[in-house]
Design a protein around this ligand. Structure first.
Ligand code: NOJ
Length: 580
């Protein structure tokens, strides 16, 4: 029946299949991910319908036609659950209830239904690692009786080391100790015990998923399979089912790597997510998991469909976008960022780390390079502030492989607002959370309230950075973004699954030139974010012809049949070229 060699192949494939957990095999996820383009919405700032200056779910529903018109087909909403609002919604009081500021659970179901009618998927933010200290589970767990239902949902101890005590002191010397991440424990003096373990800010007690290697000298460190951690894991599944049963299409998981404690190589955390993945494959195969892990080579085999390259974790993103004199500049170890008008940035750190993560994960899942998010600056910041520059940045985000994520407002070039006062634990993140700018009235069409009541102030640059203005201008950033998404969706090669290779010299970073290909379709993308005209020789790729299919600014790609191809770009220019 089988020849010897084909039998060997079958046996080999079968043995590989046995070695891989079911989760890893089925992981590339539902078909829709292949064409997914996400839009991230910070709900407090998108659209206010009740005039209190804070966005709400009916507001988002009222803007779904606009969202669809941008060309995206999936939304990630920052947390919408009932919250104490000491960390922008990431301090959840009740995971089963929409926060009254946004509306009701029924509003959410309506949002999901209306989005689905338009072919748009909806993912929620799952804050898996912690709750608010105002959550009823935490209150019960802090009581003297340690045998109640929620007692072991958290991590309590009376003993911490001197080093941990010093960290508490250090935190309390900060200007805003409540919104400082320093240290591991919070002094609570609760009937249950003196300290609890936090996950981020003081108001965010860590949920107890156990310890990878519990220290016998620390009796409060439970194993991952102890009843408490098992109950917590089950609760997480209950929360997910509760919303997926209502039609939600998946979750972005907050601090996904943080769940199991004392797990330096993440072995137990990965196992936990493998279990979640198998459970989802069996019960909700059309739903997805997106991680805030920022290490795709760990997160994707753990069971996530998408992981981010962002402001922490595997290095690369800061060297592209964070200039020295901006709030996130210190995360970039280079004197300039790549997308800087000076043209003095470098590419190697990003390309080395991205290529490595990409080659290790591309058959299993997707990497996302978001235009920004609620935790760090937008592309429009500092001297990267002209529409021409922003068009080059958006060309990058919308022509890389993986799943694109556009942060609301980046499609119209909204600014990161420098120096806003902290609100609801935002600290310097306030500037990335300002209201969406719809039109040119005093609240930019975000709310009927007076401007002083707005969640954060608006700044339209005299009406330039609004949807209304940019709708009317065929050369606007908004219309350029739409054209990029259309092009991406028209081509497998330029899409989420197309292969990616840098074809320019990584040590001569301007221009950055890469190839996208799938089957017999190939494109070249060339980017020049600098204010200087640049050119590069590209080692002969064997192309016979080149046709520019998208351009901002001015550029050319010349195929040279006898030697090197040549690419030339004016200042602030980007081209996408179909090559044969
Ligand atoms: C990451 C979230 O993106 C951030 O906004 C939040 O403050 C922390 N996790 C804590 O949940």
């Amino acid at each position: 029946m089988f020849s010897k060699s084909s039998l060997r192949k079958v046996l080999f494939a079968a043995s590989v299949a046995c070695l891989l957990p079911a989760s890893v095999m089925a992981q590339k996820g539902p078909q829709w991910l292949n064409k997914a383009v996400f839009y991230q919405i910070y709900p407090s700032s998108y659209m206010d319908t009740d005039g209190n200056g804070i966005g709400d779910l009916p507001g988002i529903i009222s803007r779904l036609d606009y969202i669809k018109s941008v060309g995206v087909n999936a939304i990630w909403l920052n947390p919408i659950f009932e919250s104490g609002w000491f960390d922008g919604g990431y301090d959840v009081i009740d995971f089963y209830k929409v926060d009254p500021r946004f509306g009701t659970n029924t509003d959410l179901v309506r949002l999901v239904d209306e989005a689905h009618k338009r072919g748009i998927k909806v993912c929620l933010d799952l804050v898996a690692g912690h709750t608010s200290d105002k959550c009823a589970w935490f209150k019960e767990s802090s009581e003297a009786d340690p045998n109640q239902r929620y007692s072991d949902y958290y991590i309590w101890t009376n003993e911490i080391s001197q080093a941990d005590k010093n960290e508490i002191l250090k935190r309390h010397q900060q200007p805003n100790p409540q919104s400082s991440t320093i240290g591991r424990y919070v002094e609570a003096d609760a009937p249950r015990a003196k300290y609890y373990e936090k996950n981020f800010f003081e108001c965010q007690p860590a949920l107890n998923y156990g310890f990878a290697t519990p220290d016998p000298a620390h009796p409060w460190e439970q194993t991952v399979n102890a009843p408490g951690p098992r109950a917590t894991r089950q609760e997480l599944k209950n929360i997910m089912s509760f919303w997926m049963d209502k039609g939600v299409d998946g979750f972005r998981v907050d601090m996904a790597a943080s769940l199991v404690k004392n797990d330096p190589d993440k072995k137990e955390t990965i196992k936990l997510w493998n279990e979640m993945r198998s459970w989802m494959n069996n019960n909700y195969p059309q739903c997805i998991l997106i991680s805030e892990w920022s290490n795709p080579a760990q997160a994707i085999p753990a069971g996530f469909n998408i992981d981010f390259f962002i402001q922490f974790g595997i290095k690369g993103y800061p060297s592209l976008f964070f200039a020295k004199n901006t709030p996130w500049g210190e995360r970039n170890s280079h004197p300039y960022c790549y997308f800087d008008r000076s043209g003095k940035g470098e590419l190697k750190e990003f390309v080395d780390n991205f290529s490595d993560a990409y080659s290790r994960t591309k058959d299993l899942g997707y990497i996302a390079l978001p235009s920004a998010n609620h935790d760090f600056q937008r592309p429009n910041i500092g001297t990267r502030n002209s529409i021409d520059q922003l068009k080059v940045a958006m060309t990058f985000f919308l022509s890389m492989p993986g799943v694109p994520f556009i942060y609301y407002g980046d499609e119209i070039g909204m600014k990161y607002e420098v120096g806003l006062p902290s609100k609801e634990g935002s600290n310097e993140r306030a500037g990335a959370r300002t209201p969406m700018q719809w039109d040119n009235n005093a609240t930019a069409g975000f709310s009927t309230c007076t401007p002083d009541k707005l969640y954060f102030p608006v700044d339209t640059e005299n009406g330039k950075l609004t949807v209304a203005t940019q709708e009317k201008d065929k050369n606007s950033l908004l219309n350029y973004v739409r054209s990029l998404i259309r092009l991406r969706q028209s081509s497998e090669a330029l899409g989420n699954e197309g292969d990616w290779t840098l074809v320019s010299d990584v040590n001569k970073p301007y221009p950055m030139v890469y190839k996208r290909s799938k089957g017999n379709e190939t494109y070249i993308v060339a980017l020049n974010p600098s204010e200087k005209k640049v050119e590069a020789d590209i080692a002969n790729q064997g192309f016979q012809s080149a046709k520019i299919v998208s351009a901002t600014g001015k550029g050319r790609y010349n195929v040279n049949k006898n030697g090197k191809d040549k690419v030339q770009l004016n200042a602030f220019s980007a081209i996408i070229v179909r090559v044969n």
